[in-house]
Design a protein around this ligand. Structure first.
Ligand SMILES: Cc1ncc(COP(=O)(O)O)c(C=O)c1O
Length: 453
């Protein structure tokens, strides 16, 4: 597969032109990559008005994913999530459906809450069950109960721990109610390339936001906005403008080159490489289980190991791994999360197993349950985000209204989001997770509710 963006920049760098243009480093190395960091010079195209090499490269990505359209973002899935919601508002407005409600999974990333504030949307929450999963039946019940059908149903799949709901089942429910399904697929760009695709757009999502950088060899910030073939042409045509609304006018050419080069990587035997490596990860999970470690179900490239049963906190196990030169993605109170890709080697997986084998089993610890408080909303997220606010001690926040979301990140579980009433159970969670201060609406307590829904 050709790589027009990377080829152009390399040619330009090699030519040694005098750079009377941005960026300010002029290609003189400080980090080492400056030579390849350019701006929208002649021939370099422009991300948000792509008509040349970037359009060509995005077409390559569209062919690889096989959906309606794949668009690049240099601002992460965070930018794509906002653009996806905005585009859905345009889509629904065309159909004379103007609800401000989004039926959304509570285990949401902060970028969704930010989008609600920016676009004046009202989340109606879907709470995961005991297994941390949202069931199609729950979505169906909520949709049946909502007299005003929402703008969209919004899921996070997979989540930070690699758990996914039955996306296909939920998509079928959404289609019954004629409500588009949007998926935060930040952790699952690679799912398209499994022997049988598990990508949410293949499972029925209308659109998805995929971080390329989390699971593919792409620089941090590289992401895709995925439009299914069901997105009408006039909405797809608005997608560049939608991304521009939430991004910098100077998207990084380093990130764009890595997205461009990733196309060639994906076209060059990635499926086979991935299938082989998934087998290695499965073997690693089985080996850890045989040692007595509790391995949670997750997406194929992630290894989530419960540590409490063996008597450790996640942080204690992470410290032992670090001593042996292994850095996990996340260490929680009772688990560690390891994110792998085929860029890791079987030797590295073997090294992980050997360190884990060397940890003596201790008396089990209690596993603190992470519950999702069901708070009362007293203002819209937008009203709360734009209201006068004050920063106060988290311990003294009971009775106040949150101005900004407080999210345990990772794993991305909101304790309270903008516009919600903070009660004693929220304060207890702030304490348990070391949150010291919160931003609250000044004089916006329950005595002055401005809830408009
Ligand atoms: C579930 C989830 N959604 C969205 C994002 C945002 O992705 P990005 O960092 O690519 O903007 C993250 C980032 O960690 C995430 O974990």
């Amino acid at each position: 597969m050709d790589t027009p963006v990377a080829d152009f920049v390399r040619r330009y760098h090699k030519a040694g032109s005098v750079r009377f243009h941005m960026p300010g480093h002029k290609g003189i190395p400080c980090l080492g990559c400056e030579g390849l960091d350019i701006t929208e010079i002649a021939g370099a195209d422009a991300l948000f008005q792509a008509e040349g090499i970037i359009r060509e490269s995005e077409r390559n990505a569209t062919v690889l994913f096989g959906f309606g359209r794949t668009l690049y973002s240099a601002g992460g899935a965070s930018q794509c999530i906002k653009a996806m919601l905005y585009l859905t508002m345009l889509y629904q407005a065309e159909r004379k459906k103007t609800s401000r409600y989004v039926l959304a999974a509570r285990n949401t990333h902060v970028s969704f809450i930010q989008a609600c504030g920016l676009l004046d949307l009202l989340p109606e929450w879907l709470y995961p069950g005991d297994e941390g999963i949202i069931e199609p039946g729950t979505v169906g019940d909520m949709l049946a109960r909502m007299t005003e059908k929402p703008l969209a149903v919004y899921l996070v799949a997979p989540d930070y721990f690699g758990r996914s709901p039955d996306t296909r089942g939920i998509a079928a429910v959404c289609s019954r109610y004629d409500v588009p399904l949007l998926v935060d697929n930040a952790h699952g760009a690679y799912l398209k390339f499994l022997p049988e695709s598990r990508h949410p757009v293949d499972l029925g999502a209308f659109m998805s936001a995929d971080s390329a950088h989390k699971t593919l060899p792409v620089l941090t910030g590289g992401a895709y906005l995925q439009l299914s073939k069901r997105v009408p042409e006039e909405i797809a045509a608005a997608a560049k403008g939608a991304l521009a609304l939430f991004g910098s006018t100077s998207p990084s050419y380093l990130i764009l080159q890595s997205l461009d080069l990733c196309n060639a990587y994906l076209a060059g035997g990635y499926r086979e490489k991935l299938a082989g490596f998934v087998g290695e990860v499965e073997n690693t999970k089985a080996r850890l289980e045989r040692m007595g470690w509790q391995v949670s179900p997750s997406d194929p490239l992630r290894i989530v190991v419960g540590t409490a049963q063996a008597g450790y906190t996640g942080a204690e196990v992470a410290a032992r791994l670090r001593d042996e030169g292994i850095e996990p993605e996340f260490a929680g109170p009772s688990e560690i999360v390891l994110m792998t890709t085929p860029e890791n080697t079987p030797e590295q997986l073997d090294r992980l197993c050997r360190v884990m084998a060397g940890l003596p089993r201790l008396a089990p610890r209690e596993r603190p349950a992470l519950s999702f408080p069901q708070n009362q909303r007293v203002m819209s997220p937008r009203e709360a985000m734009l209201a006068p606010r004050e920063i106060i001690s988290a311990g003294a926040a009971a009775g106040q209204v949150s101005a900004m979301p407080v999210i345990l990140c990772p794993p991305g579980v909101p304790v309270v989001v903008s516009g919600e009433f903070i009660d004693e159970s929220c304060v207890a969670l702030f304490g348990a997770y070391g949150i010291e201060t919160v931003e609250v609406v000044a004089c916006g307590g329950p005595g002055k509710p401005t809830f408009r829904a």
